[in-house]
Design a protein. Structure first.
Lengths: 538, 113
């Protein structure tokens, strides 16, 4: 392929990939910088203002280290905004605070705390730019703190690591407290019949409670009866309204959403969509196992009566969190091997279905959606999820080739991240090539006057600037805009260098999907090496 | 464009890594010209000195700066701005010379294979 052809094809590929605008906008809504009704392409000015306000707040956030801010300035302005929006809304490795906000404080810190409470169902009204940290916030934090037996500050920080949070809860409460009941009146008869297998549920419960405990005996006697008339619905009703148990159901919903099994609203409705997501996660666990014991859905979730279900959340929280395998490596490196070793027809199927998935994501992800007036969130913080999938690259490749729809949301979550890194990686690569072939020009305009200042950077270090105005504000704006220009260009050149070497080594067996995976791998590895270089521990 | 053209353009860009030229000009319009095979920006005017031009020899450290008196008197902010551009010019070379060498080396190997 001629170089020109390759660059042209890459430019098209980059344009086709979904942008980060939807993710950025969603996070701005979640943090209260932007009202939900402004989260459409018609309000781009409001989105830009919200982003600007976030950036200003970020500069004064003393819980974000200055080296990290510098690092992402070097990588590029778009990556900077997206990275920090994702970081402050992350519930895997999110930010931690040394103190809570002061009363009536409105800051990035207060927004993050409100966001976390909202995510876990502890904040009723929509977040707005005017939501200060008040006694109301404090009350909700205290309720949560009471559940986890920690201080309000420790609780707010623990919400930044949902797995640690879950482990802490599992260690605090007796096993029986994780056997939950909920009412789901809209579930159809087909689902109820499918899950009405109390014998299997009881056997699993004996395993998980480590014997026929008093609680098990009580359940067996009063709830898990074959005769509906003898079932104690009062127990089911009071259990389903217990605040801790309601919180646990929400926690499971958040886990499901995070892992790509649940795409509904984060609310307290245990409806058919939430139930189906539970069944999908069981199917995923079974499909991902190699030789291990598979589980039937009705072993952990059973229909009782009158719309009530019993749910063995203990089993679920212990076993269905997909185990992270630190030795599994990186998902995209492992996927690279699967694609490389696949026969031509499978590679072609992979490429076609990947393209289909991208079109679907592009259509769905153009701007945040609403359902029943609430934000229909997508989980973008995929760090630990991708690590968990790393050991399942063979399965993931197979599911894409065979267009397996039952795990479509899981795949979309994983490949959403792939396409975003691909888009940014291609942009950096093309920026680097353009810099090699010519120059990089930066122009700053003055909104009020017709003043402008232009600087052209050449690869040999020559710099030419032309201005039609001596306005100090314009000059300062231009200097600020170009503060990290040289570093960003350096990053782009590094991306070119790595990709050119990768492509050269793989010349004889490089298909298009392999090239794209190589670009993602290269981009991520360069980012990681910059992090190691610039964020050295003290 | 072929690999040959990429190599040639990249090498032309870095053939003169010894001399840095930093210019800051004031004007209302500009054009691109070809000077010794290099594409350069210039003011679209017949005025002689309309800004500052610094030429820095990175080997022996010689710096030559030309600046017009009116420019120096009337545009002190742009004079300061010019100094920040000199720093950026140095940084471009410092940061990227090794990477560019690697890219050209790999592309040459690619071409010969």
């Amino acid at each position: 392929m001629l170089l020109q052809e390759l660059l042209g094809k890459l430019e098209i590929e980059g344009d086709k990939s979904p942008s980060k605008k939807n993710e950025d906008t969603q996070h701005l809504v979640e943090l209260g910088y932007l009202p939900l009704f402004h989260a459409t392409p018609f309000f781009s000015k409001q989105v830009a203002l919200a982003k600007q306000q976030f950036l200003e707040d970020l500069q004064t956030a003393n819980y974000i280290e200055a080296p990290e801010l510098e690092l992402y300035q070097k990588i590029g302005p778009d990556e900077f905004v997206s990275y920090f929006l994702r970081k402050v809304t992350d519930i895997d490795e999110g930010v931690v605070f040394k103190s809570l906000p002061a009363p009536k404080e409105i800051s990035l810190k207060s927004r993050i705390i409100h966001y976390r409470l909202d995510l876990f169902g502890m904040w009723i009204q929509p977040l707005t730019t005017q939501s200060p940290y008040t006694s109301r916030t404090d009350v909700q934090l205290r309720i949560l703190a009471e559940h986890v037996k920690l201080s309000t500050l420790e609780t707010a920080n623990l919400l930044a690591d949902i797995e640690k949070f879950t482990d802490h809860l599992l260690s605090l409460y007796p096993q029986q407290d994780f056997i939950l009941s909920f009412k789901s009146p809209n579930t159809d008869d087909g689902m109820r019949k499918k899950l009405q297998r109390r014998g299997a549920f009881k056997s699993q419960l004996v395993d998980d409670l480590e014997g026929r405990t008093d609680f098990f005996k009580q359940l067996k006697k009063n709830v898990l009866r074959s005769n509906d008339k003898k079932i104690d619905t009062g127990f089911l009703s009071s259990n389903s309204r217990n605040p801790l148990k309601l919180f646990l159901l929400r926690l499971i919903q958040v886990h499901q959403w995070k892992n790509g099994f649940y795409s509904g609203l984060l609310d307290d409705d245990m409806g058919p969509v939430t139930l189906q997501s539970t069944l999908d996660s069981i199917a995923f666990y079974n499909d991902g196992l190699d030789g291990g014991k598979k589980i039937k859905e009705f072993q952990v979730l059973t229909y009782v009566t009158d719309g009530y279900f019993l749910f063995n959340a203990l089993f679920f929280l212990r076993k269905y969190a997909i185990e992270k395998d630190d030795k599994a490596g990186d998902l995209w490196s492992n996927m690279h091997e699967e694609v490389k070793n696949a026969k031509g027809d499978k590679q072609e199927a992979f490429q076609n279905n990947l393209e289909g998935m991208r079109k679907q994501l592009d259509g769905e992800d153009d701007h945040p959606k609403q359902k029943r007036g609430l934000l229909a969130r997508i989980y973008f913080g995929i760090g630990s999820f991708i690590k968990k999938l790393a050991g399942m690259a063979k399965k993931v490749f197979k599911w894409v080739v065979k267009k397996v729809t039952k795990f479509l949301n899981v795949l979309k979550n994983a490949f959403r991240d792939f396409f975003k890194n691909l888009k940014t990686g291609i942009k950096a690569f093309l920026d680097g090539i353009k810099f090699i072939l010519g120059n990089k020009t930066s122009v700053t305009m003055d909104d009020g006057t017709s003043g402008w200042l232009l600087t052209k950077f050449r690869l040999d270090g020559d710099v030419t600037s032309i201005a039609n105005s001596n306005d100090l504000e314009l000059i300062q704006k231009h200097i600020h805009k170009n503060k990290y220009m040289v570093s960003t260009l350096g990053f782009a050149l590094t991306v070119v260098s790595v990709i050119v070497k990768l492509v050269f080594r793989a010349l004889n067996f490089l298909s298009w999907p392999l090239l794209l995976i190589n670009i993602v791998k290269a981009f991520k590895s360069i980012k990681a090496s910059y992090q190691t270089l610039y964020l050295k521990p003290v | 464009m072929s690999l040959d053209e990429l190599i040639e353009k990249a090498q032309n860009s870095i053939d003169d890594l010894i001399n840095l030229k930093i210019q800051t000009l004031m004007g209302s319009d500009f054009k691109t010209t070809n000077v010794d095979g290099k594409e350069e920006l210039a003011l679209d005017t017949d005025n002689t000195i309309t800004g500052i031009t610094s030429k820095i020899n990175l080997v022996d450290g010689d710096i030559t700066t030309e600046i017009s008196e009116p420019f120096y008197k009337n545009y002190p902010e742009l004079v300061q701005f010019h100094q920040s551009r000199e720093t950026q010019g140095h940084q471009i070379i410092e940061n990227n010379i090794k990477v560019i060498g690697e890219i050209i080396g790999t592309v040459k190997l690619w071409k010969s294979s």
